[in-house]
Design a protein around this ligand. Structure first.
Ligand SMILES: Cc1cc2nc3c(=O)[nH]c(=O)nc-3n(C[C@H](O)[C@H](O)[C@H](O)COP(=O)(O)O)c2cc1C
Length: 204
């Protein structure tokens, strides 16, 4: 099947892309509004964009032609925390995407425990094994949809000591939650370890 983008409307292009770019990690983003209301929402259009300095980014779309609370809070306060959930937090991650009013805190509604962050104002989630304290670097709109890619510089990594094996994050201990298309998720599947590609000798 060949699909020309000009034959797709916004919704069908979104469906196709979220089926193609899989699995996606999830940034579970906590922010705080200028009025002090803590907000939490998942964003699976998420990746890291730089190692020096460490930076992560996620894409926030519009809802009813308006910025989502997360994006609005970040642009107002320039601070956010990206929490990384393990698979056992699936129900809370999913529930936190419901449409809460701007002055309602998903964190309070869901009864999630938090710790104060060290360098930014939004709280970090106590049950997440990894949290990244971020300061806004840039926000870039793409295309005609009004969605914006929000990039933050990581000012502090919190990593549960139990995840660290031989100086690295052990993915099998982390058991990350991943998103597929729509309300479909996946856990870690088969893990295969190969020799480093740069160490493979060309025998031709
Ligand atoms: C697992 C998951 C991933 C999501 N990823 C995105 C995303 O990448 N971009 C986006 O704009 N919305 C995404 N959403 C929808 C937002 O989480 C949802 O619109 C949420 O209500 C926004 O909350 P806020 O208004 O408090 O920021 C996702 C939802 C779920 C359940």
């Amino acid at each position: 099947m060949k699909i020309a983008p000009e034959t797709l409307n916004k919704a069908s292009a979104y469906k196709l892309l979220t089926g193609v770019v899989v699995p996606r990690p999830i940034a579970w983003v906590s922010t705080i509004s200028p009025n002090g209301v803590a907000n939490l929402a998942p964003f699976s259009c998420f990746t890291f964009v730089s190692a020096d300095p460490p930076m992560v980014g996620f894409n926030s779309g519009l809802r009813n032609q308006q910025r989502k609370d997360t994006a609005r809070n970040i642009l107002a306060t320039r601070q956010f925390v990206v929490n990384i959930a393990s698979f056992d937090l699936l129900d809370a991650v999913h529930a936190s995407a419901a449409d809460y009013a701007e002055d309602e805190s998903e964190i309070e509604h869901l009864g999630l425990a938090t710790h104060p962050a060290d360098v930014v104002a939004p709280p970090r989630l106590a049950d997440c094994p990894i949290s990244l304290e971020c300061v806004l670097d840039s926000h870039v709109p793409f295309g005609r949809s009004g969605s914006e890619f929000i990039v933050g510089e990581i000012k502090l990594f919190h990593v549960d000591d139990r995840l660290i094996v031989d100086g690295k994050v052990d993915t099998e201990i982390l058991q990350p939650l991943m998103r597929l298309a729509g309300p479909t998720y996946a856990g870690l599947g088969k893990v295969v370890r190969l020799q480093k590609a740069t160490e493979i000798v060309d025998r031709r």
